[in-house]
Design a protein around this ligand. Sequence first.
Ligand code: SAH
Length: 518
Amino acid sequence: MANDTLGHVWLVGAGPGNPGYITVAGLAALRRAEVVVYDRLGTGELMGECAEGALLIDAGKAADNHTLTQDEITALLLEHGGAGKRVVRLKGGDPYVFARGGEEATALADAGIPCTVIPGVTSAIGGLAAGGIPVTYRAVATSFAVITGHEDPTKPEVGVHWERLATAVDTLVILMGVGRLDGIASALIAGGRPASTPAALVQEASTPRQRVATGTLATIAEVARAQGIAAPALFVVGDVAGLQPLLDPRRLAPLAGKRVLVTRTRAQSSTLVEVLRAEGAWPVVLPALELERRVDPVAVMETRERLEAHEYCWTVFTSANAVDTFLEVLWEAGGDIRSLNGCSIAAIGPGTQRALESRGMRADVVAVDAVGEGVLTTMIATGTMNGTRVLLPRAEGARDVIPDGLRAAGAIVDELTLYLAGTPAAAPAEALAAVRNGEIDVVTFTSSSTVKNLATLLGGDLSALQSATVVCIGPIVAETARELGLSPHVVAEDHTIEGMVAALRAYLHSTSADTLGQ
Ligand code: SAH
């Protein structure tokens, strides 16, 4: 019988916590879902990927604040799946590892509702790796077991055979076990595993809050108490735990585990965020810049007419934002890139050049050093400026190096104000708190306005960032940082996002030997 109200449920593994660890298939399902029933553990940052208007149901919390029972969760899946919806059941780690995924799939199958399982990175393996512990290692561990620590090992009727497991496999990974470390360790020792066996705990693996504690089977419970290790955590027993200091992610890559403040506009943050994430850093996004349109429609109309009358020899772009906004306002005034036909184009640096290229335009000249002075020299080197008319679409209050220099060389410069690089009215509370609590390891500045505006957002000064590594995309930005009381540690020579991150990486690499492994 055809049933056009038939829905579909995807049981999706979110991975252990790092939002990048969801699978490509899982993310696609999540983005398309109309209803998302999610667990808290491991899913936090991914919730931003849900479609606008999707119904998000926190399975850890019902209206009256009690945790939904498994029956209530299954009932929700049956209800929405049965009502023709695309439903994602999002779980931390893998949906079939201690997550009741099998039970939910069975109930859906019994009710005749189509269901697809999309596996995830289980914390038992991926979470350990993020903590610097390989679950196997040639000649050290050739087998592993994943065990629930939820059951009380002192009860006679327990389902987990600790004594037998103790020596049956090389690596024992125990989930949900932090509350029973003493009991589990004793049971394993009683089963014949030497008390000197290395053991470790990884709390909140693969998140910015990750903590690792190491010891032996004999000491680990005491170590956990002393260091305040709490759930959710992985408890691992076996020689691989002894490799942790060697494979600590912070030892393997200079940016790993660092909290890096990103201060660009929200729209522009994504490239830097991606580059940082790829190196294992934790970007903290605090947009200190908001572009407020400041466009005079009459001036834009005049500009368009002058362009189309071929009055301009040059148009100079000093930022990617200027390219984007200029083309927007030109479009709104009835023009498009053809209005620039015949006009030479100068770009301040590779970022601006790329913005032009993404719009199908080629820069005739690009300054080598990506500063105003550089544009000036490069343009003047192409021929005389005497009597030529130059269009400069840009931010209100930008530096005067270019217009002054061009005018001094005899050019007629028309500035077209596009926007004001303003300070956002508010900053994300979590990011602000991280700054105020001194939790930021690295702060990045990609323009002078981000430095000034961040100071404004922080109530006038940047002292909360005193202990952070300060990275600036170029010398002008660094100068502004100095004026506001910071001492930049890294000033990129290649004034691009990639150049800035490369300079940061090199700096951290050269200093990391002193800071790790104490
Ligand atoms: N399906 C999940 C496991 C759910 S059981 C998976 O495949 O990972 C919940 C237990 O998993 C927690 O008590 C904890 O022991 C472990 N766990 C899940 N995510 C974790 C994380 N990010 N860090 C440490 N332990 C985690």
